[in-house]
Design a protein around this ligand. Structure first.
Ligand code: SF4
Length: 372
C-alpha cells in the first residue's frame, strides 16, 4: 500500500495545492475545513462531519492526520506531564507540559531524535544523534499535548480551552537550529492565519546551545520568535569542555549583536545550567557580565537536574569529581552577584524531576511506569 501523506506537517497552502491536484480535484473550501480541523486537534477523518462521507473516505485513502503515537504518559507530582512519543519508524522522543508559579502552562517539545551536540551534563546528549524530526513529527507533539491536557485536566477552564497552553519552547531533545527548516515550518503552521488555534510567535521560544551561523538564519526566517542561548559558562575554556559541540562565545556574541541590531525588542534569554562549585563563582559572574555587555539579555539560572546513567552508577564526572546540583543558597548568591553587576537573573524552578522530565533529563534511559 503506498504511503499516505501526513497532512499534519503541511501548511494550508500546501494542502490546498494537493487537494486541487487530486483526482477529482477538491475545492479550496475543503482544504480550509481540513486545515482548520487539524490545527484544532482533530485526529481522524470521521470527526470531520461537515464533509460528506464520500469525501472523508477519499481523504483517508490518500492522507493521514498523524504519523506518531503516544507511547507513555508520566505525570509528576508538581503538575508536570512527560509524554513519550513513538514515530512511524520506531524512534522515541519526549515532550513535556509544565506549569509555572502563576499557573501558566508551557509545552516543551523536541526537534531531533537524540542530539549531536554532546553537552556532557545532558541525558539527550548522552544518547547521541539519530535523525532530525520532520515538521509533522514536531507539530504532532503539540497536538498530543493538547489531547492529554484536555483529558487529564481537572481545571474546567483549561478543559474548555481545548488543552490550549500559553507558551511553546523548543527545549526538548535536540538542537533546533540544526533542524531549522522543519522547526520554522512547524512555527509557521502554528502561527498561520488559517490556523484554528493560532499561536503568537512571541509565545514561542527556540533554545540553542550556540550555533552562531544559524542565529543569522533564525533571525531572518523567524523574526518574531524568541531566542534563548544556553551559555552555561561565560568562560570559554570551561564552556568548551561542558558543551563541546557549541560555537565559541566570541562567535555567538557577534551573532547576537547582529540579531539585536536595530531591534532592541529582541531580548535574548541566556540560560545557565548551574553546577555546585563549578560555574557559580564571582569570576564566572564577571564573565557573564562581560559577555552580556552591549546585549539586551535576561539570564535564566537552572540548577542542574541530575542525569541518571546506569552504566556508571548514576553519576557524571568532570575533572575527577561528580557533577552536583548547587544548593539554593549557592544559586541565590550567584544571582545576587549578577544583579550587583547589573544583570537581571531569575531562578528557574526545577519541574518534572520526579518523571525525569526536567531540563536536561529527556531521553534518560531509566524505566518509568506509564499511566497508559
Ligand atoms: S543540552 Fe541541548 S544541545 Fe546540549 S546535548 Fe542536550 S539537547 Fe543537545
Amino acid at each position: 500500500m503506498p504511503q499516505r501523506t501526513a497532512l499534519s506537517g503541511l501548511s494550508y497552502k500546501e494542502i490546498a495545492a494537493l487537494f486541487a491536484a487530486s483526482c477529482p480535484p477538491l475545492p479550496e473550501l475543503r482544504a480550509r475545513q481540513v486545515f482548520q480541523r487539524i490545527t484544532a486537534n482533530f485526529d481522524n477523518f470521521d470527526a470531520l462531519t461537515e464533509l460528506p462521507l464520500s469525501a472523508r473516505k477519499e481523504l483517508s485513502t490518500h492522507f493521514t492526520l498523524r504519523t506518531t503515537r503516544i507511547d507513555g504518559v508520566f505525570p509528576a507530582e508538581d503538575g508536570t506531564i512527560k509524554l513519550r512519543i513513538l514515530t512511524n519508524d520506531g524512534c522515541a522522543i519526549e515532550s513535556v507540559i509544565m506549569e509555572d508559579g502563576s499557573g501558566r502552562r508551557t509545552a516543551c517539545i523536541s526537534s531531533q531524535v537524540g542530539c549531536p551536540m554532546g553537552c556532557i551534563f545532558c541525558a539527550t546528549g548522552k544518547l547521541g544523534f539519530f535523525r532530525n524530526l520532520n515538521t509533522a513529527e514536531i507539530i504532532e507533539q503539540i497536538y498530543h499535548i493538547r489531547n492529554i491536557e484536555e483529558d487529564s485536566s481537572q481545571d474546567k477552564k483549561r478543559k474548555q480551552s481545548g488543552g490550549q497552553f500559553e507558551n511553546i519552547v523548543f527545549m526538548g531533545m535536540g538542537e533546533p537550529l540544526l533542524n531549522l527548516e522543519a522547526v520554522s515550518k512547524a512555527c509557521a503552521i502554528l502561527c498561520g492565519e488559517k490556523s484554528e488555534r493560532r499561536f503568537s510567535p512571541r509565545r514561542i521560544t527556540v533554545s540553542t546551545c550556540g550555533i552562531a551561523g544559524k542565529i543569522y538564519e533564525f533571525a531572518r526566517i523567524l523574526p518574531d520568535t524568541r531566542l534563548a542561548v544556553s551559555v552555561t559558562s561565560a568562560r570559554e575554556e570551561l564552556r568548551r569542555r561542558l558543551m563541546p559541540g557549541a560555537d565559541s562565545l566570541k562567535e555567538i556574541k557577534t551573532a547576537l549583536l547582529d540579531y539585536q541590531k536595530g531591534d532592541a525588542g529582541r531580548r535574548v534569554t541566556l540560560e545557565m545550567t548551574l553546577f555546585c562549585g563549578l560555574n557559580t563563582s564571582q569570576k564566572e559572574a564577571r564573565a557573564v557580565a562581560s559577555f552580556a555587555k552591549g546585549l539586551s539579555v535576561m539570564v535564566n539560572l537552572i540548577p542542574w537536574n541530575p542525569v541518571i546513567q546506569k552504566k556508571d552508577g548514576g553519576t557524571i564526572e568532570f575533572d575527577g569529581s561528580r557533577l552536583l546540583t548547587p544548593s539554593f543558597n549557592e544559586v541565590q548568591t550567584f544571582r545576587e552577584q549578577l544583579r550587583y553587576l547589573g544583570i537581571n537573573a531569575v531562578l528557574r524552578r526545577s519541574k518534572g524531576r520526579g518523571v525525569l522530565g526536567a531540563c536536561g533529563q529527556l531521553g534518560s534511559t531509566d524505566k518509568l511506569e506509564s499511566i497508559e
